[in-house]
Each structure stands twice: as structure tokens, then as C-alpha cells.
Design a protein around this ligand. Sequence first.
Ligand SMILES: *[C@@H]1O[C@H](CO)[C@@H](O)[C@H](O)[C@H]1NC(C)=O
Ligand SMILES: *[C@@H]1O[C@H](CO)[C@@H](O)[C@H](O)[C@H]1NC(C)=O
Ligand SMILES: *[C@@H]1O[C@H](CO)[C@@H](O)[C@H](O)[C@H]1NC(C)=O
Ligand SMILES: *[C@@H]1O[C@H](CO)[C@@H](O)[C@H](O)[C@H]1NC(C)=O
Ligand SMILES: *[C@@H]1O[C@H](CO)[C@@H](O)[C@H](O)[C@H]1NC(C)=O
Ligand SMILES: *[C@@H]1O[C@H](CO)[C@@H](O)[C@H](O)[C@H]1NC(C)=O
Ligand SMILES: *[C@@H]1O[C@H](CO)[C@@H](O)[C@H](O)[C@H]1NC(C)=O
Ligand SMILES: *[C@@H]1O[C@H](CO)[C@@H](O)[C@H](O)[C@H]1NC(C)=O
Length: 537
Amino acid sequence: MILTILLLHLLLPGNAQLSLPNPPIQPQSPDAQRSGNLPSSNRVSWRNSSALGDVPPGGYYDAGDYVKFTYPLTYTLTSICWGAIDFGKGYDLANQTAYLDSMLRWGLDWLIAAHPDNNTLIVQVGDPSIDNNYWGGDQNIPTPRPSYQIDSGQCSSPSIGGIFCLLFPLFFPYSLPNEYSDTSSPASLTNTTYASTLLSHAVELFTFANSTLPLQTYQTAVPQAASSYASSGYTDELVLAGLFLAAALNSTEYHTAALSLYRNASLANGNGALNWDSKTPALAVLGLQVSSAVAPDAVGTWQAEAERYLDNVVDNKSNGRLTKGHPKDITCAWIIVLPGDSDSASLNPALNIAMLMLHYAPMATTKTKTSSYETFAASQLAYTLGSNPMSAPYINPHTALASGGTDIGAIDTSPPTEAHVLYGAVVGGPDKNDRFWDIRSDYPQTEVALDYNAPILTLVAANVLSNSADPFYTRLTAGVYASKRPSGKPCDAAFPCGHHGLSLGGKIAIGVLVPIAVLAIGLAAWVVSRRSRRKRV
Ligand SMILES: *[C@@H]1O[C@H](CO)[C@@H](O)[C@H](O)[C@H]1NC(C)=O
Ligand SMILES: *[C@@H]1O[C@H](CO)[C@@H](O)[C@H](O)[C@H]1NC(C)=O
Ligand SMILES: *[C@@H]1O[C@H](CO)[C@@H](O)[C@H](O)[C@H]1NC(C)=O
Ligand SMILES: *[C@@H]1O[C@H](CO)[C@@H](O)[C@H](O)[C@H]1NC(C)=O
Ligand SMILES: *[C@@H]1O[C@H](CO)[C@@H](O)[C@H](O)[C@H]1NC(C)=O
Ligand SMILES: *[C@@H]1O[C@H](CO)[C@@H](O)[C@H](O)[C@H]1NC(C)=O
Ligand SMILES: *[C@@H]1O[C@H](CO)[C@@H](O)[C@H](O)[C@H]1NC(C)=O
Ligand SMILES: *[C@@H]1O[C@H](CO)[C@@H](O)[C@H](O)[C@H]1NC(C)=O
């Protein structure tokens, strides 16, 4: 336990505010962001049951204002499930599978409740404009907390106001059928009852979406979602759902539907980011896995596109740009230089691409490519865990709930020390010049989010299986970041260039965007695994 605690201490972005917990806490907190009636098994001692009157209750808070959003939640769960299918043995090895199960179910059970009949889906609970002025703990969450849904009655037929293709991530025992199945190792998480419940919801939702024309994005029906999580298009979600359903049902029909949607929308040949909004880069990789079983004729199409996209990233020909990173290491964060995307907070696209590379690497056309994808992915993870110019592991941030603060006007100084530490949460990260300011109000860099944490779980689970080296942060000395921290303020949405205080826009955005906690099994899994391996040796 002492070793674990020591490692966790080193995880903290070098700052003087942190102290070792006493008594020692459990190594990770996947439960920190849970809404609803928390069970006694909840691992985050400082969280309380909350928002019990929500319709439906439960699920995960997405952000500091306690709003729940279905759209990014489904992306997060899908991403984690995909990783748990391909690299799930890593969870087993680290004795984290029971936590994986409970973490997924906390989200999935809520999604089931949010889909009470075939043509209704609740897409948001809570209103950011009500919560904007609230900064505090989970006992005084402002009300009312309205639920927003899309349904067939809301907009006159045949125009359904919102298409929202909700994929219920496949629960086990479904594993992705593919000719490379010897590389796919699902977690030992089997429950056919639950799996068939999820599958029937997924089929109903796909049918709902696919049968309502003309299609529109869901925020057309629920404009309240537009300021936080507007979807830029729906075809990528439909294709993703179609591919997963093709795999689950061993169905050529769903694959055909997915491929024709993909082609009709000209989704190939892009070089953009993979994230909660845009799933497009993942489609070719998943399409390759799925088609090898249900549509062998399409394998070449998906594979060429997957490799084109990933090679462009590795060869610095995509929309992304490598930062200077750490000259003495293999580490460079991949930065997508798109205004408003990741130029001021780089980790999410970098980790998502790294995750995609690990899914694809075993299927690459040459061993050289396999190796280059694995090396690239490893560099992104190492960078995140401290092999970077700031010597900062970009996990364990300060958050609204954990801070104990209640005064949004004095967010940086009140309280001076965090009330709690949120272990294992990935932050937005450094800017395109590798600089990171550990400032509470700088939400682009220091925020955490459900979807930020999704890819690192897969990366770490894969590492448990394939890499015997200790995580990079074990080589860091606590406090080094303090000596490297850049002076002044960042130049981003929270601190527009030339201003010294927090902008009004920044204050509003904090209310909307600074999320609280995460699904964060990953690093504990790694640490625990290392320890158990040592014991066995
Ligand atoms: C494995 O995890 C379970 C909870 O899921 C816990 O009860 C058990 O003690 C753990 N075993 C070891 C060896 O850590
Ligand atoms: C949980 O409730 C306790 C007791 O009311 C309170 O002191 C604490 O701040 C609450 N935790 C959070 C995260 O709000
Ligand atoms: C399988 O899942 C169902 C639905 O959540 C649950 O009632 C049941 O106890 C689970 N079975 C096992 C063996 O875990
Ligand atoms: C809901 O969808 C399923 C699957 O498409 C279908 O079998 C069922 O009849 C539908 N139920 C209603 C009430 O329309
Ligand atoms: C999938 O379907 C094909 C025929 O369409 C069949 O040959 C194959 O055995 C099926 N696979 C599984 C896992 O059921
Ligand atoms: C989706 O809708 C199209 C157009 O109505 C239809 O041809 C196709 O069979 C549907 N696909 C599935 C998998 O239901
Ligand atoms: C194909 O794409 C066009 C727009 O590019 C759209 O109007 C049409 O509905 C799409 N058809 C299908 C079957 O998705
Ligand atoms: C990547 O490409 C950009 C633009 O072509 C260039 O400025 C940059 O130096 C390249 N980075 C590396 C690491 O080669």
C-alpha cells in the first residue's frame, strides 16, 4: 500500500497543495462522478448521494454544473467497452474487472432508464443556464433539473427533430469477430441476460434513428444541449452503431447499412480528430474488425482507409501536429491544430489517436507499421504520465467537487488547498507548445471529463498486457513541475490573451465545462498489476 500511495502522490501535477491521504484511500476513484443513490461500496468516501429526483436518477455527471449528457456518455462507454473487448485481459490481470463491470453498469443502467420506450430517448438532465452560478458540493445542487428527450411525437412526422444514435456498447460475452481474434482478449465479464437487454435497446434505437427521415442532429430537438455538446453530424454515430450491431448480430445487413451510410456521407479521406463528436477515424478500424467476419469483400476498403489515416498521423501529414515534446525521449504529444479544438489543451485527441493505433496495430499490413503504431501510442501515454517538458503527470487534477470551494469568484484561491484529491483523472493538458499552467480556473487545461478518461483506460489495459516497464511517473521527483511551471497566464478561452483576470466567458464556461470526476480505473490497474507481478516473481 505504501508503494501505491507513493506512486499516487507522484501522479499529482507537481504542486504544494497536496498531502498524502490519511488514512490511505483506495488507489482509484471510478465512482467519483456518480449521480444518484450511491451504494455503500462506493469507493469515493467524500461523495454523497445526490440528485435523487432526477428523471431518470443515477448515471454520471458530465461537468461541474452537475448536468448529465447522454451524447458524450455513450461515446465514453463505447470507447471503454471497445478497449475492454480487445485488451480486457489487462483488467483481469490487474483485478479490476469487477470495477469495470460496476463502472459500465452505472452508466448503462441509466441509459436503459433513459430509453423507456422504442421512440423516446432522454438526452440531457439538468440545465447549464440554471447551474451556471453554482459552484459547490453535491448537497445543494440547484433545482429544477429538467429532463430533455427526443421522441417521435415531439416534431411533426416525418421530420424527427433529433436523431441521436445511441449505441449501447456491447456487453460481454460479445467479442468482436475478426480474423485476428488471437490478439483480442476480452475481459472475463460475461452476463448473457444483461447483454441481450442491451442489445435489444441498441436495435430499437438504431431502428428509431434509421427509420426517421429526414435525419437531423439531436440538438435540433433539444437546443439546450447545443451550448455544451452539439453534434456536428449524425452519420458517424449511425455507422458506428451499425458496425457494432453487425458484430453483435453476425449480420451482413447491418454492415451493408453502415458501409453505405459511410460512403454516401463521404466519410473517408479525412484527417481530423477522434472525439465525442467525431467518431469517423474509428470507423475504418472497427469496420475492418467487423467486416472480416461478416463481409470479407469489404476488408480491403476499411483497411486501406484505416492505414491511410494512421500513417498520416505518424508521418505528420494529418491535421494534427507534433509538439516539440521531450527531445531526449520518444515522447511527443500529438496536437491537432484546429482553432477551438486542442491547440490549448492537447491530451484528448492525442490519447484517442493512441488508443486507435493500439486497436489497429495487430491488423497492420506490415510488421514495421505495427511497430510504428505501438511506438507512437506508447509515446503519447508516456507524455501524459510525465515524460514531457513540464515533468508533469497530467492526471489527478483539482476539480470543483474535490476542491471544497463554493465561491466561483475566488476559484483560484478559495480554498487554498484542495479538500480532496481526485486520483487518476486526465486533464485537458498542455498547449501546443507543451506548456501547462496548473491554475484551477484554467478549465481548458485543468478540466477533467468522462470522455477525457476513456482512452487512457484502454491504453493502460493494453500496457498491462504488453509492457513490463513501470509507468513513467515513477521516475519523476515530486515538485519538479513547480520549477518548470511557465510564468504568466495561458492564452486560451479562460484567459484570453492580454487579460489578467478570468474572463466573464471563462466564468460561464467553468460552470458548464469543468467536470468533476472520472471513470478512472486505469492507473490503479497498472499499479496493482505491477505489484502482483512482483509478488509472483
Ligand atoms: C480483487 O478485487 C476484489 C474486488 O473487486 C477484492 O475484493 C479483492 O480483495 C481483490 N484481490 C486482490 C488480490 O487484490
Ligand atoms: C458530502 O456531505 C457532507 C456532509 O453534508 C459534506 O460535508 C461534504 O462536503 C459533501 N461532499 C461533497 C463532495 O459535496
Ligand atoms: C446478470 O445481469 C443481470 C441484470 O443486470 C443481473 O440481474 C444478474 O444478477 C447478473 N448475473 C450475474 C451472474 O452476475
Ligand atoms: C420496439 O422495437 C422492437 C425491435 O425493433 C420491436 O420488436 C417491438 O415491436 C417494438 N415495440 C413497439 C411497442 O413498437
Ligand atoms: C455468422 O454468419 C455466417 C453466415 O452468415 C456463419 O457462417 C457464421 O458461422 C456465423 N458466425 C457466428 C459466430 O455465428
Ligand atoms: C435503414 O434504412 C434503410 C432505408 O429505409 C433501409 O433500406 C435499411 O434496411 C435500414 N437498415 C437497417 C439495418 O435496418
Ligand atoms: C445520402 O446523402 C445525401 C446528402 O449527401 C442525403 O440527402 C441522403 O439522404 C443520403 N441518403 C442516405 C440513404 O443516407
Ligand atoms: C510537422 O509538419 C509541420 C507542417 O508541415 C511542420 O511545421 C513540423 O515541423 C512538422 N513536425 C515534425 C516533428 O516533423
